[in-house]
Ligand binder design. Structure first.
Ligand SMILES: *[C@@H]1O[C@H](CO)[C@@H](O)[C@H](O)[C@H]1NC(C)=O
Ligand SMILES: *[C@@H]1O[C@H](CO)[C@@H](O)[C@H](O)[C@H]1NC(C)=O
Ligand SMILES: *[C@@H]1O[C@H](CO)[C@@H](O)[C@H](O)[C@H]1NC(C)=O
Ligand SMILES: *[C@@H]1O[C@H](CO)[C@@H](O)[C@H](O)[C@H]1NC(C)=O
Ligand SMILES: *[C@@H]1O[C@H](CO)[C@@H](O)[C@H](O)[C@H]1NC(C)=O
Ligand SMILES: *[C@@H]1O[C@H](CO)[C@@H](O)[C@H](O)[C@H]1NC(C)=O
Ligand SMILES: *[C@@H]1O[C@H](CO)[C@@H](O)[C@H](O)[C@H]1NC(C)=O
Ligand SMILES: *[C@@H]1O[C@H](CO)[C@@H](O)[C@H](O)[C@H]1NC(C)=O
Ligand SMILES: *[C@@H]1O[C@H](CO)[C@@H](O)[C@H](O)[C@H]1NC(C)=O
Ligand SMILES: *[C@@H]1O[C@H](CO)[C@@H](O)[C@H](O)[C@H]1NC(C)=O
Ligand SMILES: *[C@@H]1O[C@H](CO)[C@@H](O)[C@H](O)[C@H]1NC(C)=O
Length: 693
C-alpha cells in the first residue's frame, strides 16, 4: 500500500516535471509579435516567388515597417508580380497589430473576403477594389473601427447586401462599394457614419428607398447612388446636406418632384437626377446653385417650362434636360451660359424658334434639340460654332434653308441601318452641287420647289455636323465672321466651292494667282492634268490640280475628278491630303489642295540625294502615317472607304517628311454586296487586296 503510494507520488512528480518542462518549451517556442508577423507572411505565401528569407521582410515589395520593424503597410500597387491569388484567406490577419494600410487593388485575388479581416484592429485604409472578389461582405468589417477609407468597388461577383455593421465605422471618410453586385436595401445604420465625405454605392442592385438617415451625414461632399433600383421619393433630409458638391441619383426609379429646397445645396457642382420617374416642374431655386457645372435631369417626366433664370448658372458646361415633358420656348437666357459645351433639350415639347443667340455659345460641342415642336428657320449663327461636332435638329417643324455651316462635313444619320451617311454629296442625283454648299444659284433656280424637297428628305433624318478647326491653320488672315464656303456662280453657271477661306477668294483669285494657269507655275504634269503651285492673296500656298481641256470632256477623268471631290470633301485626317476647294468650270476643272513641299514619295525615293535624306526613322514614320490614314479610311469611315490605288506616287510628303495619302480618284465606299461586280482599278501591283475576292 505504502509502496504503491510512493510509486504514485513519484509518478505524479514525474508527470508534473514532464508537463512543466513541456510547458516551458512551449513558452520558449511561442513567437514574439515580430516573429508572428514573419511567420504569417511566410505562411501566406504571397511573396513565395520573391523570397523566403523573412529577416529581410521590411524590404519585400509592397511592405512598409515602422522603426521597430513591425509591418504598418502592405501596398501592392507597385508590386504587380506579387500573386495573392486564392491565398487571400491564408494570411493570419491577427498577426498584424500595427497594420494601418492594406491595398490589394487590381490584384486578382478571387474568393471571398475572409471573416478574419476584422482582426486587423489598427487598419485605417483598406482598398480591395478590382480584385475579382466574390461572396458576401463579411459583417466582421464592422470591427475595423479605425477605418477611414474602405473601397471594395469593382468586384462584380460580390453578392448579398451591405452589412449593417458597417455603421460602426465611425471614423470612415470614404466608403466606395460601387459595381459590386450588392442587393437589398441601404441599411439605415449608415446614417451613423458622420465623418463620411464620400459615399458611393452606384452600379449595384440596391432596392428600397433611400433611408432618410443619409441626411445625417452632414460632411458628405459626394453621394453616388446611381444605377441601382432605388424607389420612392428622394428623402427631404437629403437637401440638408449643404456640403454636397456631387449628387448622382440617376438611373433609379425615384419618384416625386424636385422640391424647391434643392436650392439649399449651394455648393453643388454636379447634379444628376436623370433617368428616374421624377415629375413636376424644374424649381426656380435650382438657379441658386451658382457653382453648378453639370445638370442632368434627362429622361424623367418633368413638366412646365425651362426656367429662364438658368441663364445665371454661368459655370454650366453640360445641361441635359432631354426626354421630359417640358413645354414653352427655349429661353434666350441660355445664351448667357458662355462655357456651355453640351446642351440636350431633345424629346420635349418645346415650341418657338431656336434662339439665334445660340451662335454665341462658342464652346458648344454637342447640341441636341431634336424631337420638339420647334418652328422657324435654323439660325445661320449656328455656323459660327466652330467646335460643334454634333448637331441634331431632327423631328421638328423647322423650315427654310439649312444655313451655311462652318462644317466641312455634315452627316446624316440613316435611321435605317444606324450608319452615318456622309453629306453633302455634291453630286448625288445630279451634277449640281448641293444647295447647302452654294445657296445662291439654287434659290435662283428653284426657290420654293427645291427647298421643301430637301427639307422633306433631310430634316426627318438625324443631322450631325462634324467639323475640324482648320480655318485658322489655313490662313492667318482668316476671319471668323465670314462664311467658310464661298460659292461663286460663273458665267457658264458652273460652280466653285472653296472653303476655309474668308469668302472673297474664288475662281478669279485662283486664276490671278497662277496668271491663268501659266506654265511658270506648273510643278508637275500627270496622266490627266497638271499640278500648279499658287500663292493666294492671304499668303497661303496651295497646290492646284487641273484637268487638261481635252480630259475634262472625257467622262472617265471627269468621274474620277468628281470622285476625288466627293471623298476628300468628306474626310479629314492628319495623314490624308486636305482639299481646300474645287472648281467645276466647264473649261477649267481644278482641285485645290494643301501644298506639299517635298512632292511624292516616289520622286523622293527615286532621287538619290533625297533618298539619302530619308533615313530609316523618317521612312518608318512615313509608313506609320500611311497606315494611320488607311486605318481611318477602313475602320473609322462609315461606310468604309477603300482607296484602291495606294502607291508611292499617291503618297505626298510635306516639309517635315510627314506622309499624306492623296489621289482619291479611284476610291470608293465599300459595299460588300457589290464587290463581286467590281472592275479592277488602280496602279498595277498596288491594287487593294479587297478587290481580288
Ligand atoms: C537572410 O538574410 C540575412 C540578411 O541578409 C542573411 O544574413 C541570412 O543568411 C539570410 N538567410 C538565408 C537562409 O538566406
Ligand atoms: C500605394 O503605393 C503606390 C505606389 O507607391 C502609391 O502611389 C499609393 O499612394 C500608395 N497607396 C496609399 C494608399 O498610400
Ligand atoms: C510564381 O510561382 C508559381 C509556381 O512556381 C508560378 O506558376 C508563377 O508563374 C510564378 N509567378 C510569377 C509572377 O513569377
Ligand atoms: C495567427 O496568429 C495568432 C497570433 O500571432 C496566433 O495566436 C494564431 O494561432 C494564428 N493562427 C493560425 C491559424 O495560425
Ligand atoms: C454568392 O456568391 C457565392 C460565391 O460566388 C456563391 O457561392 C453563392 O451561391 C452566391 N449567392 C447568391 C445568392 O447568388
Ligand atoms: C471609390 O471612391 C473613392 C472616393 O470617391 C475614390 O477615391 C476611389 O478612387 C474610388 N475607387 C475606384 C476604384 O474608383
Ligand atoms: C430587394 O432585393 C432583395 C434581394 O434581391 C429581394 O429579396 C427583395 O424582395 C427586394 N425588395 C423589393 C421591394 O423589391
Ligand atoms: C465634419 O467636417 C468638419 C470640417 O472639416 C469637421 O470639423 C467635423 O469634425 C466633421 N464632422 C465629423 C462628424 O467628422
Ligand atoms: C463656388 O466655387 C468657388 C470656387 O471653387 C468657391 O470659392 C465658392 O465658395 C463656391 N461657392 C459656394 C456657394 O460654395
Ligand atoms: C469658362 O471657362 C474658362 C476656361 O475654362 C474659365 O476661365 C472661366 O472662368 C469660365 N467661366 C465661368 C463663368 O465659369
Ligand atoms: C437625333 O435626335 C432624334 C430625336 O431626338 C433621335 O431619335 C436620334 O437618335 C438622334 N440622332 C443621333 C445621331 O443621336
Amino acid at each position: 500500500m505504502a509502496s504503491s503510494l510512493t510509486i504514485s507520488v513519484i509518478l505524479g512528480v514525474l508527470w508534473a516535471a514532464i508537463l512543466l518542462s513541456f510547458a516551458t518549451t512551449v513558452t520558449a517556442a511561442y513567437p514574439s509579435p515580430l516573429e508572428s508577423e514573419a511567420i504569417a507572411l511566410l505562411e501566406s505565401r504571397w511573396w513565395s516567388n520573391h523570397s523566403s528569407n523573412t529577416s529581410q521582410r521590411c524590404q519585400w515589395p509592397g511592405i512598409t515597417c515602422n522603426t521597430a520593424e513591425s509591418i504598418t503597410k502592405i501596398n501592392l500597387s507597385d508590386a504587380p508580380n506579387i500573386e495573392v491569388g486564392d491565398r487571400f484567406g491564408k494570411l493570419n490577419f491577427s498577426s498584424f497589430p500595427n497594420l494601418v494600410l492594406l491595398d490589394l487593388s487590381d490584384h486578382q485575388i478571387r474568393g471571398k473576403i475572409p471573416h478574419q479581416i476584422g482582426d486587423l484592429s489598427a487598419l485605417k485604409y483598406l482598398d480591395l477594389s478590382s480584385c475579382g472578389l466574390s461572396g458576401e461582405l463579411p459583417p466582421s468589417l464592422g470591427k475595423l473601427t479605425q477605418l477611414e477609407f474602405l473601397d471594395i468597388s469593382y468586384n462584380d461577383n460580390i453578392n448579398g447586401s451591405i452589412p449593417p455593421q458597417l455603421g460602426n465605422l465611425e471614423n470612415l471618410v470614404t466608403l466606395n462599394l460601387s459595381q459590386c453586385g450588392i442587393v437589398g436595401r441601404i441599411p439605415s445604420a449608415l446614417g451613423q457614419l458622420t465623418s463620411l465625405q464620400s459615399l458611393i454605392l452606384s452600379g449595384n442592385q440596391i432596392n428600397g428607398s433611400i433611408p432618410l438617415e443619409i441626411g445625417y451625414l452632414r460632411n458628405l461632399t459626394f453621394l453616388g447612388l446611381y444605377n441601382n433600383r432605388l424607389v420612392d421619393s428622394i428623402p427631404i433630409t437629403l437637401y440638408q446636406l449643404t456640403n454636397l458638391e456631387i449628387l448622382y441619383l440617376d438611373n433609379n426609379q425615384l419618384q416625386g418632384s424636385i422640391p424647391s429646397c434643392v436650392g439649399s445645396l449651394s455648393k453643388m457642382q454636379d447634379l444628376s437626377l436623370g433617368s428616374n420617374l421624377l415629375k413636376g416642374p424644374i424649381p426656380q431655386e435650382i438657379c441658386n446653385l451658382a457653382n453648378l457645372t453639370s445638370l442632368y435631369l434627362s429622361q424623367n417626366k418633368l413638366t412646365g417650362s425651362i426656367p429662364s433664370c438658368i441663364g445665371s448658372l454661368s459655370k454650366m458646361l453640360d445641361l441635359s434636360l432631354g426626354s421630359n415633358l417640358l413645354k414653352g420656348p427655349i429661353p434666350q437666357e441660355i445664351c448667357n451660359l458662355a462655357n456651355l459645351t453640351f446642351l440636350d433639350l431633345s424629346q420635349n415639347k418645346l415650341t418657338g424658334s431656336i434662339p439665334s443667340c445660340i451662335g454665341s455659345l462658342s464652346k458648344m460641342l454637342d447640341l441636341s434639340l431634336g424631337s420638339n415642336l420647334l418652328k422657324g428657320s435654323i439660325p445661320k449663327e449656328i455656323g459660327k460654332l466652330f467646335d460643334l461636332s454634333n448637331l441634331n435638329l431632327s423631328f421638328n417643324q423647322l423650315s427654310g434653308p439649312i444655313p451655311i455651316l462652318s462644317a466641312t462635313h455634315l452627316y446624316i444619320v440613316d435611321a435605317g441601318n444606324g450608319c452615318e451617311k456622309i453629306f453633302p454629296d455634291p453630286f448625288e442625283g445630279n451634277s449640281d452641287l448641293s444647295p447647302y454648299m452654294c445657296p445662291t444659284p439654287v434659290t435662283e433656280k428653284a426657290n420654293s420647289s427645291r427647298i421643301p424637297y430637301y427639307i422633306k428628305i433631310f430634316l426627318p433624318i438625324a443631322i450631325l455636323f462634324t467639323f475640324s478647326i482648320l480655318g485658322c491653320l489655313l490662313c492667318s488672315r482668316f476671319k471668323l465672321k465670314n462664311n467658310h464656303v464661298s460659292v461663286q456662280p460663273t458665267k457658264n453657271g458652273d460652280l466653285c466651292s472653296i472653303w476655309d477661306y474668308d469668302g472673297k477668294i474664288a475662281y478669279e483669285d485662283i486664276v490671278a494667282a497662277t496668271e491663268d494657269f501659266d506654265f511658270r507655275y506648273c510643278i508637275g504634269v500627270g496622266g490627266y492634268g497638271s499640278v500648279y503651285k499658287a500663292k493666294l492673296p492671304c499668303g497661303k500656298v496651295v497646290a492646284l490640280k487641273k484637268l487638261h481641256h481635252l480630259e475634262a470632256e472625257n467622262p472617265t477623268f471627269d468621274k474620277s475628278f468628281r470622285n476625288e471631290i466627293k471623298f476628300l470633301s468628306e474626310i479629314r485626317h492628319r495623314n490624308i491630303v486636305k482639299l481646300h476647294g474645287f472648281c467645276l468650270h466647264r473649261r477649267s476643272m481644278f482641285l485645290i489642295y494643301e501644298y506639299m513641299e517635298k512632292g511624292s514619295l516616289f520622286c523622293n525615293l527615286r532621287d538619290e540625294v533625297n533618298a539619302v535624306d530619308m533615313d530609316w526613322t523618317k521612312r518608318v514614320e512615313i509608313i506609320k502615317g500611311i497606315a494611320h490614314a488607311l486605318s481611318y479610311l477602313h475602320h473609322d469611315c462609315c461606310p468604309p472607304i477603300v482607296h484602291r490605288d495606294i502607291s508611292s506616287n499617291n503618297v505626298l510628303l510635306n516639309s517635315s517628311f510627314e506622309a499624306f495619302v492623296a489621289d482619291f480618284g479611284t476610291a470608293r465606299m465599300l459595299d460588300l454586296d457589290s464587290s463581286n461586280k467590281t472592275i479592277i482599278v488602280g496602279t498595277y501591283g498596288y491594287v487593294a487586296p479587297v478587290l481580288e475576292w
